[in-house]
Write a protein that binds this ligand. Structure first.
Ligand SMILES: Nc1ncnc2c1ncn2[C@@H]1O[C@H](COP(=O)(O)OP(=O)(O)OP(=O)(O)O)[C@@H](O)[C@H]1O
Ligand SMILES: [Mg+2]
Length: 469
């Protein structure tokens, strides 16, 4: 790893990093400049990435407490996967985005994943067109070399897709893209990409635009991802990595049937990746321990998943096992946090040691201040302490002559609270918005549970009124 004191920081990266971290969100670029720890975890995921590149598969559950760095880790893995020539897609689950649904929520998750589709050259998303274009260009190159007609090459390559569920229409859509390319029909190309991105909402529209009878919808979410994985390999990439964060949203589904059908989908994914039936496809799920372990609503509530996901009983008391599907993110340590602060100082100074705004003893004093104010949460869930450290540096930068010692005493720090610990909505019909029984917490978290007005919102069977975290 590059030492923080020598790494050069591009101004664009510096600004993006500081802006995200001060806003309390995980940076989209330049994470390597602030990353600390996680050596073994990265190593484990790197072996998954290599396996996917070789046409294999893999699923990992990144489990960590609130604020422990799951999202950061997922971003990091994603950027490594891009470097290793995989295509990545990522999305957060939400009440409106799930793996399995009947009211459009699975298609909605699919469309979000596709919007975020990235390649090394297009790391910020929106890469679907360029992936399809690459598939076509490759066929053109092959045609020039072999003298065979492009159409023949494309058809032959697409034949492999037809063997999978839904593959026939998928192949038809790609063929339409080629037709658009060949005849200069931009509309046809755009429609083909729109279909692949899961943006057609009716079959009639898709049929009119592309002559296919199906669209990506709730019923074929996972089959489409498998097709896509195969397709990106045909286009010359190593495979597809699917990153799904905020899995706790499944645990929050009030309706047990809806929850179980999502867990069943996870089981399918897990079985495929362990039995070798998926190819060039990997999944990384980010979730809290509740999402995994809760015996009533977590993955463990689904017996077949519990038996597959049970952690190695020997890996206790400091012993580790990074080979199973569950990857526990341990908390950062004070040492990690110290290194993190030195890296933040380095980034803030644009990579110039001479521009550091605070000496090493200032960093130690800052950590002591945090420990006194909020205990060891300062390094375990570092969102606020990172933010506040950068705020301190910003003031020092803009007020030359001010001393860090003077400012440090005034630094205020708040405990972070986990929104997931807010009470879940009671079972049964959603209360009237003006009902006097509604608590401040439920009104502050309108997104919990099945979306109101959906058929799932007012059916429940779980006696959740008695449920507490
Ligand atoms: N390995 C790391 N190196 C440097 N900074 C990190 C690391 N892990 C996490 N962080 C920082 O810690 C903060 C919290 O991380 P993150 O948002 O990833 O946590 P989380 O587990 O996803 O939280 P939540 O449960 O709220 O989703 C962020 O500011 C992130 O940039
Ligand atoms: Mg997160």
């Amino acid at each position: 790893m590059t030492s923080p004191s020598t790494a050069a920081i591009r101004p664009r990266e510096r600004d993006a990093l500081l802006q995200s971290l001060r806003a309390g969100v995980v940076p989209r670029m330049g994470q390597q400049h602030v990353q600390v720890g996680r050596v073994n975890e990265v190593q484990a995921l790197l072996s998954d990435i290599n396996r996917i590149n070789d046409g294999g598969a893999g699923s990992r559950f990144i489990i960590g407490d609130y604020g422990s760095g799951k999202t950061f880790f997922l971003h990091l893995i994603r950027s490594i996967a891009l470097q290793q020539k995989l295509v990545t897609v990522h999305a957060d689950l939400s009440p409106d985005r799930r793996l399995q649904a009947t009211g459009g929520q699975a298609r909605s998750l699919y469309a979000e994943l596709m919007r975020n589709m990235s390649t090394r050259a297009k790391a910020d998303g929106g890469a679907m067109s360029s992936v399809v274009e690459r598939f076509v260009t490759q066929a053109l190159t092959e045609s020039r070399a072999s003298g065979e007609a492009v159409e023949t090459i494309i058809r032959r390559n697409l034949d492999q897709l037809s063997e999978l569920t839904g593959g026939y229409d998928f192949a038809e859509v790609i063929a339409k893209y080629w037709q658009g390319h060949d005849t200069g029909n931009e509309q046809l190309k755009a429609d083909a990409v729109r279909w692949l991105r899961g943006e057609f909402t009716t079959r009639t529209d898709a049929r009119a635009a592309l002559g296919v009878r199906t669209i990506v919808d709730d019923s074929n979410f996972y089959d489409q991802l498998k097709l896509l994985a195969l397709f990106v390999r045909l286009a010359g990439f190593g495979g597809l990595l699917v990153c799904l964060d905020e899995m706790v949203n499944l645990y929050k589904l009030a309706n047990s049937q809806a929850r179980n059908s999502n867990y069943e989908q996870i089981l399918r994914i897990l079985n495929d990746s362990t039995q070798g039936t998926a190819s060039g496809l990997g999944f990384v799920f980010g979730g809290t321990p509740d999402f995994l372990l809760d015996p009533r609503r977590g993955l463990y509530s689904y017996a077949a998943l519990q038996s597959r996901l049970e952690e190695n009983s020997y890996a206790v008391d400091g012993l580790v096992d990074y080979s199973g599907p569950i990857l526990r993110l341990s908390s950062l340590t004070p040492e990690d946090f110290y290194v993190l602060l030195t890296k933040l100082r380095h980034v803030q100074a644009g990579g110039e040691e001479s521009a550091y705004l605070i000496p090493d003893e200032g960093i130690t004093a800052y950590m002591l201040h945090c420990a006194q104010r909020i205990g060891d949460a300062y390094f375990r869930t570092p969102r606020n302490t990172i933010k506040s450290f950068l705020d301190l540096l910003a003031v020092l930068e803009q007020n030359p002559g001010r001393q860090w010692e003077d400012l440090l005493v005034g630094v205020k720090l708040d405990h972070e609270s986990n929104p997931d610990l807010a009470p879940l909505p009671p079972a049964g019909p959603a209360p009237h918005p003006m009902a006097p029984t509604q608590t401040a917490e439920t009104s502050a978290n309108p997104g919990f549970g099945a979306p109101q007005g959906s058929p799932l919102a007012d059916r429940d069977d779980d006696e959740l009124s008695a449920f507490k975290l």
